[in-house]
Design a binder for this molecule. Sequence first.
Ligand code: PMP
Length: 346
Amino acid sequence: MLPEEVLKEAADAVVDYQGDGLSILEIPHRGQKFDSILEESKELVKELCELQGDHEVLWLQGGGRMQFAMIPMNFLGDGQRAGYLDSGHWSRDAIQSANVFGATEVLSSSKQNNYSALPDLPASFPEDLAYVHITTNNTIYGTQWNGLPLSEPPLIADMSSDILSRKREYDKCALFYAAVQKNVGPAGATLAVVRKDMLKQIKRKLPAVFDYREQVKSKSVLNTPPVFAIYVSLLMLRWTKSKTISVLEQESIAKSEMLYNEIDRNSVFAPVVKVKDHRSRMNVCFTAATKEAEKRFADLCHARNIVGVEGHRSVGGFRASLYNAMAPDAVAQLVSVMQEFEQTAT
Ligand code: PMP
């Protein structure tokens, strides 16, 4: 979701950006206008993530999945091992990509629970790992880490589905990244924030487009960047700053609690994630007692104009995604439809 004011400003810029007759879709990517967009957006990321100056902000392409590949390409050398916390589909995908370039060690996994809980954290991670990879929010299963683990090896975090939704120790990460289409913007751009000292750890000779050093050197315009997606992300970053991360976090707590409380109370529904401390504030997953009840609830949602609440095909049931731009009122509406459904179902 994107806030209406962001959509309107983006729509105006498509017709005429800054009043001189050129659309945002037409401006050159090596001109002063786009330079200012890049500059301001990078500064806003640093400010919102409270970074102290040790990190470089990159706008890239290829989504989360390309980061799954770039990370081991750059940081997993021959004969090295990288540690992964296996908390679901996206972690597994990241592990598979890393296996192409080197050895991985699954430090802990919640596969045995069908990923409906977070994996247990080991007391410590082996010190000789090239890095440790964590997925902070598990979009499909609806689990989320509240904090980041202490890690001797460099910590790398996939924050695709919860970046900027809460205060986090972003500074603790050697690298964090997000496909921006959840909390930061439209599809098409990827944010990667890398600590400068990591650039000296790159293990391979790589084509420039996959090499973080080259991306840093060329200030995210190594090749033609997705200008519009980055521009809309800048509008979202400005919106995020004006709301503030702490207000967004308070709203996120309120929205997710409202929904989890209803799921726990309502006799028709059950939460996918039973351990309260493991529950995601971003993706709330729940089921109904029978397939037939699920079908009827889906129909009622459709009739009440609530869209996009079907669960991922690997989990089933329902998933309400409560990203930053989702208004609390919309969650209240879903809750009231759940109550209406309970009354008719019992
Ligand atoms: N990581 C997480 C946590 C995700 O939720 C997703 C996509 N929803 C991805 C990675 C993959 O992103 P993309 O589709 O941009 O490659």
